[in-house]
Design a protein around this ligand. Structure first.
Ligand code: FAD
Length: 317
């Protein structure tokens, strides 16, 4: 469709740049236009980054940032009103899903969240979404446009398609009374790990016998320049690591370049969180552990022997 106009927004400019790349691929025709929105509070340099990703135009909304999702949705609604896009791409983060729901409600738009693939076809927009706890992929057809598509971070974004000169548009933020006020921000115990952003992760599961043995895993992680992740039982039940290390359906979804799964069985709820990892190494005593089906390198062995040997081989043992 030649008159496709896709508006991309995420509170994280890097994710917005991924959305722009996905939009350029989904709507490759000459008349299609990919726009991006930068809302108040966006760090400087965003317009250039979005332009490099292939945006034809960047709309910068000037005004005060506010953490209330209602305010964010209304600011984005002002861009939507000035542009009339045929599709709105958001990142399916917590904030993105909140904004998707509010925009869909206030503008009566169809919305799909948790999307892992999007195709624009003559009879509608087809989206792939995780189904059955991430064990299956369902394809759904969005029957009318405009529509909102919230795409999961880590969904592969193609290489940038240069758009040429990027048009800069600016508009003032609408006057919006917040519906919630943030009264306090407390750091969570255990630090400020943002495991979703880690490029390398060593994840430990219930194969570890006691908390004191975590040092083995931390040493391997250090030797790889990696963060330590864990399965749900280690965070939620044993409390050996804080929730910010927890990967999976109810934890964090990660997309590192390297994922080393140590003593992890590979339950589907865990796999949902690490499926986008580029290279997976698994260490497990059970040759039939489901994690091996996801692994590029399979080491059948006792982690208490394999992990120190690996750390030593990496020159840090
Ligand atoms: C609604 C719901 C949501 C959930 N969400 C999540 C989630 O977000 N994330 C998550 O991780 N789980 C989640 N779970 C739990 C999930 O179903 C599994 O129970 C959990 O992932 C198992 O963790 P594990 O692999 O550490 O433990 P186990 O399944 O007990 O596996 C331990 C593995 O270690 C191996 N092992 C044992 N000893 C050694 C050794 N010495 N050396 C090497 N390997 C060894 C064993 O062979 C086994 O494969 C969820 C469950 C439900 C019902």
């Amino acid at each position: 469709m030649s008159d496709e106009v896709i508006l991309c927004y995420s509170e994280e400019t890097e994710l917005a740049a991924d959305l722009v790349r996905i939009a350029r691929q989904a709507a490759p025709t000459a008349g299609a236009r990919v726009h991006a929105a930068l809302l108040p509070g966006a760090p400087p340099g965003g317009a250039e980054q979005l332009g490099r990703a292939g945006a034809h135009a960047v709309h910068t909304v000037a005004g005060a940032a506010h953490p209330d999702p209602h305010v964010v949705a209304e600011q984005l609604r002002a861009v939507v009103a000035s542009l009339n896009p045929t599709l709105i791409f958001l990142a399916s983060t917590k904030r993105g899903r909140e904004v998707a729901g509010r925009l869909a409600g206030s503008l009566d738009l169809p919305a799909a969240t948790g999307v892992t693939g999007v195709r624009i076809e003559t009879d509608g927009v087809r989206v792939d979404r995780e189904a059955l706890s991430g064990n299956a992929v369902a394809t759904e057809r969005i029957v009318r446009r405009p529509a909102i598509v919230a795409i999961l971070p880590g969904t592969s974004a193609p290489n940038p398609v240069p758009a040429g000169a990027v048009e800069a548009r600016s508009l003032a933020a609408p006057e919006v009374a917040p519906l919630t006020e943030r009264t306090e921000v407390r750091p969570k115990p255990g630090g400020q790990l943002e495991i979703e952003k880690a490029e390398r992760i060593v994840t430990i599961g219930r194969g570890l016998k006691k908390k004191e043995d975590l040092g083995l895993i931390e040493a391997l992680a250090r030797s790889l320049g990696a963060e330590v992740g864990c399965t749900r039982p280690l965070a939620a039940e044993a409390g050996w690591l804080t929730d910010d290390h927890w990967i999976g359906l109810t934890g964090h979804r990660v997309h590192p370049k390297l994922y080393v799964a140590v003593g992890v069985s590979g339950a589907v709820q865990h796999l949902v969180g690490m499926r986008s990892a580029q290279l997976v190494v698994a260490i497990n005593t059970d040759a039939n552990a489901p994690i091996f089906a996801q692994a590029d390198y399979r080491i059948v062995g006792d982690l208490y022997a394999v992990v120190p040997a690996l750390t030593k081989a990496l020159g840090a043992g």
